[in-house]
Design a protein around this ligand. Structure first.
Ligand SMILES: Nc1ccn([C@H]2C[C@H](O)[C@@H](COP(=O)(O)OP(=O)(O)OP(=O)(O)O)O2)c(=O)n1
Length: 280
């Protein structure tokens, strides 16, 4: 059975300091309020704390919860905080026998700053009545619990990773660390790699066709050279033949000339030996 706020008061579950808690504005739950705000191992002394985006802070409730043996509590963050992009890392069960405040780590997941004010509600507590149990009592004062949280937050980050706000910080750190000269060299190397990544595959694809066509061209050149050799030898044979014909022509001319000379002599002799018409 869920306890009503009157039943919560009647069972004296909630106390603030030594005084019993005021009546809850809720019908069946109790709103725990911000008591101490702790970050980086220290308790904040001011009345409020501005939780920046990605910021993480611990909150300890102002109230102490003394849970009877027949009651179990359930703590959850106020919905309006969740709607503002603020979440609690530890919610959960409050066991029978627990006698102390409650605490949680609050993370700002929003892009806006979030104001945490002491005395303002942050947790909603639901209590359920059941058969009596025999739990081991666990008592913690607000001071003890605050000291305990201070100790654990010394080794706790006060920010939570949020990539969009982390990216500018990281790039600032990286490019602040790397000199502009080195940045330029890295840029140039990246450009060369980009160009190679485009040209190498293209070259790789076009080399085999070019190689094949070169081989074909070489074969053509070889066959042309062979033809040229054949033609050259044919031309030489023809030249030799022409020369022979030339010499035969000359000899023919010579014979003709001799023949003509002989014919002339025969004519001369004939004319000499022929009796003149008056000599008879
Ligand atoms: N936001 C919360 C939730 C619970 N508690 C308290 C009340 C619980 O009874 C006690 C133990 O809670 P859990 O059982 O959830 O935690 P553990 O299992 O780690 O603790 P343990 O093993 O010591 O019981 O812590 C708290 O201080 N703050």
């Amino acid at each position: 059975m869920i306890l009503t706020s009157q039943q919560i008061l009647a069972k004296a579950i909630v106390t603030v300091g030594d005084a019993p808690a005021q009546a809850s504005a809720r019908a069946t739950t109790y709103d725990a309020t911000v008591g101490e705000i702790i970050t980086g191992g220290k308790t904040i002394s001011s009345q409020s704390y501005t939780l920046r985006p990605r910021g993480l802070v611990w909150v300890v409730s102002r109230e102490t919860f003394k849970i009877p043996h027949d009651v179990t509590g359930l703590a959850t963050l106020k919905t309006s905080w969740t709607h503002d992009g603020v979440l609690a890392l530890t919610l959960g069960i409050v066991d029978p026998g627990w006698d102390g405040p409650l605490a949680t780590a609050i993370v700002n997941f929003s892009r806006e700053e979030f104001e945490i004010e002491k005395g303002k509600p942050f947790f909603r507590l639901l209590f359920m009545n059941h058969e009596a149990t025999t739990p081991k009592p666990e008592r913690k004062s607000v001071e003890q619990y605050t000291k305990q949280v201070e100790k654990l937050t010394k080794s706790f980050s006060n920010t939570f990773l949020t990539i969009d706000s982390l990216a500018p910080e990281l790039s600032e750190k990286i490019f602040g660390f790397i000199s502009p000269k080195l940045t330029m060299r890295i840029g140039l190397i990246a450009l060369v790699i980009a160009i190679l990544s485009v040209t190498v595959p293209v070259a790789w694809l076009s080399v085999p066709p070019i190689y094949n066509s070169l081989q074909k061209d070489n074969a053509k050149v070889d066959s042309l050279l062979e033809n040229h050799k054949l033609h050259t030898s044919e031309i030489n044979t023809l030249k030799e033949r022409t020369l022979k014909i030339g010499t035969q022509d000359e000899k023919l001319h010579e014979i003709e000339a001799q023949y003509r000379a002989l014919a002339r002599k025969i004519d001369e002799l004939t004319s000499k030996t022929k009796p003149s018409p008056g000599a008879r």
